[in-house]
Design a protein around this ligand. Structure first.
Ligand SMILES: *[C@@H]1O[C@H](CO)[C@@H](O)[C@H](O)[C@H]1NC(C)=O
Ligand SMILES: *[C@@H]1O[C@H](CO)[C@@H](O)[C@H](O)[C@H]1NC(C)=O
Ligand SMILES: *[C@@H]1O[C@H](CO)[C@@H](O)[C@H](O)[C@H]1NC(C)=O
Length: 254
């Protein structure tokens, strides 16, 4: 009897784990995060007992972070990583104070959100103009693709992009699309396969955290942009037809 009970409990916890990591649950949790950011009320978040909040690469108390400030969000887009049980959300706020926020959310085995990890950029950060960024992002298509994009390819492209500053060969290893578009802060470059760094720094971009969505064909990497001086950073890339289509960067000047 006891054994049966244990088995049932084990089965129950497995099904809960799986349920939490489905695409729908991850995107639903991302929606809850977005509504939390609009109200500033943390109680709606299902946090794990072992929860960590990181903002601009520093672990801080959630109650001291941006989430407790109610913000008027004018743009949001989320992706889901069912393998890592994580999601990525990009938010834009225009008034009264503008923000561009890149957030990765990680879930524990059935116990809730184990980490919220945000890069929060505002005025004076790299090429910051939230109005302009929003106008570019709204014009892009980040819909689900007809066939999933290979996870390893997405990871490789994300890493190669961040390696360009330290590895002279990285830029040429990336399959650039001919009509690829890069939005760095609010700086638009099109096509994006030209004018790229070919090494030069000795410090690799570190602290890399990934959210890979094969259906959208995207990889988001949060990192410390150490190659140019320890800046909290998000790089997100979309691959279409095996080639890079969009690149977004959010970089905080620490
Ligand atoms: C709590 O979270 C931290 C950071 O994610 C992790 O290193 C640690 O192993 C976790 N502890 C437990 C008891 O799960
Ligand atoms: C998030 O974006 C979707 C459209 O992609 C929109 O329908 C929804 O209202 C937005 N949510 C918030 C809180 O702005
Ligand atoms: C942001 O860009 C828009 C469009 O180019 C421009 O009108 C506006 O003045 C810029 N805002 C700031 C704060 O530079």
């Amino acid at each position: 009897m006891i054994q049966l009970k244990t088995t049932l409990l084990a089965l129950l916890s497995i099904s809960q784990t799986t349920a939490e990591c489905t695409r729908d649950s991850l995107l639903l949790a991302a929606q809850t995060y977005i509504s939390t950011q609009t109200t500033g009320t943390l109680s709606t978040l299902a946090l794990s007992q072992n929860f960590t909040y990181r903002e601009n690469n520093k672990i801080i108390d959630l109650k001291k972070g941006i989430l407790v400030s109610p913000l008027k969000i004018t743009f949001n887009r989320s992706t889901a990583d069912t393998t890592a049980c994580a999601s990525y959300t990009n938010l834009i706020v225009l008034t009264p104070k503008p923000y561009v926020i890149s957030t990765q959310i990680r879930h524990d085995s059935g116990t809730g959100i184990s980490m919220i990890d945000s890069i929060v950029a505002t005025t004076k950060d790299l090429f910051f103009n939230a109005t302009l960024t929003q106008s570019y992002l709204r014009a892009e298509n980040w819909g689900v693709q007809t066939a999933p994009v290979n996870r390893d390819l997405l990871k490789r492209v994300g890493d190669a992009y961040l390696d360009m500053w330290t590895d002279a060969k990285a830029a040429d290893s990336i399959p650039w699309g001919t009509d690829c578009e890069r939005v760095e802060g609010s700086k638009l470059t099109r096509p994006c396969g030209g004018q790229l760094p070919h090494g030069g720094s000795t410090k690799p971009n570190g602290m890399r955290r990934y959210v890979i969505d094969e259906l959208v064909g995207s990889v988001d990497v949060l990192c410390a942009f150490d190659s140019l001086g320890n800046m909290p950073d998000s790089h997100e890339i979309r691959v279409e037809g095996g080639k890079v289509k969009y690149v977004h960067t959010v970089t905080v000047l620490a």
